[in-house]
Design a protein around this ligand. Structure first.
Ligand SMILES: Cc1cc2nc3c(=O)[nH]c(=O)nc-3n(C[C@H](O)[C@H](O)[C@H](O)COP(=O)(O)OP(=O)(O)OC[C@H]3O[C@@H](n4cnc5c(N)ncnc54)[C@H](O)[C@@H]3O)c2cc1C
Length: 412
């Protein structure tokens, strides 16, 4: 019989196995993973560089249906715990603009170090073993775990940690992990993709494909406007970049007519509307004979200039000296408030995480132990707690995993 079985060898599962085995070498621990490799998302994280945590740490960094839980979590934990955990593993982190990465800048190496540590500590890791069912025997206070490729007999354990992740990014192993949770009659919030591009209704958008510019991105939901500044990337049928990804969750809050022009980007953040108009008028006064496209090319990437003029149905070759005041206003407004109508398109392939998951009322906020099943812990992204870009999801996966492991270590 195992002391601990961890289901899912992703970020949280690996962290939990490492923490538990480092703190008690005598425990019999097994890690079951449905994929042929462990930690696939961790290995792909941060564009392969592994953005582990962040110096900004507040309520606003996470979302969940249960806001009290977020409050409690951010007040009890902080990034130093993560930094310390990695230091103890021989992976010091460096900070750049608040974002923490390993000095190697290699996410794959972080995964390898975790796996090597488990091998050294003789933790049994079984890949290609998808857990299909978990049975709890109350009288024995014992779990029976059924997994593919593990024979017909279930594996027995005293404690079980579910570190299943979400259905985001199926190419990296994401799947509908709530199935197994629902069989245990644990309540859940349905998954929806998050930290993904925002898809928009715009046939002309492909003209600007590949353009990257800085801007302030805003999404208007009812009477509220959510904003974030950063780089905006124009794609065939969507807009991406960290600001867009962080705001993508709000598209699910839009209803009916609210979709229309709900997203708007303020280009050239250095210029206010008035200052930009003044600049355009100044340019017109000096270079009357220049074409409109030529003038826009002075401060915007060419493809974006073409796109804006097409949207406004303005002739690229028109002399700027011939632009009436009304068109100068339209041009200024288009640059300072480039609006889009978002569409609901659930692109799990491009989503880094999913919103939703196990309802947080199902677990103890300190230990992550199920309130229904003693000895069953639920950690990481499968829970209804999602961070924004910047290392918050890895942070949550690791902090929740450590909290569960600590409780198990104390209990045994
Ligand atoms: C491309 C990409 C880049 C990212 N970059 C960052 C970043 O830089 N910083 C950051 O903070 N976050 C990042 N994230 C998000 C982060 O990787 C995840 O939030 C984090 O890995 C979640 O950890 P987890 O252990 O809960 O889930 P996962 O890491 O997804 O692990 C879950 C594991 O459980 C396994 N599993 C599921 N069901 C079963 C089953 N029934 N039986 C056995 N095994 C099962 C899965 O195969 C998987 O290996 C990124 C995500 C992606 C996709």
């Amino acid at each position: 019989m195992y002391d601990v079985i961890i289901v899912g060898a992703g970020t949280a599962g690996l962290a939990s196995a490492v923490y538990t085995s480092m703190n008690n070498q005598n425990l019999k621990i097994m890690l079951l993973e449905k994929e042929s490799k462990c930690g696939r998302k961790l290995s792909a994280s941060g564009n392969g560089k592994c953005n582990i945590t962040n110096s900004e740490w507040s309520f606003n960094c996470y979302s969940s249906d249960n806001e009290a839980f977020i409050d409690d979590f951010v007040s009890k934990h902080n990034p130093n715990e993560i930094i310390r955990f990695f230091e103890l593993l021989g992976i010091p982190l460096y900070e750049k603009n608040g974002y923490y990465y390993p000095f190697s800048n290699m996410a794959k190496q972080v995964t390898s170090i975790l796996i090597d540590e488990l091998d050294r500590r003789k933790v049994s890791i079984v890949c290609d073993a998808k857990v299909t069912r978990i049975r709890y025997e109350e009288n024995e206070r014992r779990y029976y775990v059924y997994a593919n490729n593990m024979g017909s007999k279930p594996i027995e354990c005293k404690n079980i940690i579910l570190a299943l992740g979400s259905n985001a990014s199926p190419k990296l192993g994401g799947s509908d992990t709530l199935d197994i949770i629902k069989k245990l009659e644990i309540s859940t919030v349905p998954f929806v993709p998050s930290l993904c591009p925002i898809y928009v209704e715009d046939d002309l958008l492909k003209i600007a494909k590949g353009v990257r510019v800085d801007g302030k991105v805003n999404i208007c939901v009812g009477k509220k406007i959510y904003s974030e500044s950063g780089q905006v990337q124009f794609n065939d049928n969507n807009l991406s970049g960290i600001a867009l990804m962080n705001l993508s969750k709000y598209v699910y809050d839009l209803k009916g007519d609210e979709f229309k022009d709900a997203l708007f980007i303020e280009l050239l953040p250095e210029y206010s509307w008035d200052k930009l108009k003044e600049y355009i008028i100044c340019t017109i006064n000096i270079f009357m004979k220049r074409s409109v496209i030529n003038m826009l090319d002075g401060f915007l990437p060419h493809q974006l200039s073409v796109y804006i003029l097409r949207r406004l149905k303005l002739d690229e070759n028109m002399r700027i000296g011939d632009l009436p005041d009304k068109q100068i206003n339209r041009l200024t407004s288009c640059i300072k408030m480039l609006n889009f109508t978002p569409k609901l398109y659930e692109d799990y392939d491009k989503a880094q995480v999913s919103l939703g998951g196990v309802k947080l009322k199902e677990i103890d906020a300190d230990t992550f132990e199920s309130r229904k099943y003693p000895g069953l812990y639920i950690v990481g992204e499968v829970l209804d707690m999602t961070g924004k870009c910047g290392g918050y999801n890895i942070s949550f996966a690791i902090l929740s995993a450590i909290a569960a492991s600590r409780n198990i270590l104390g209990d045994l």
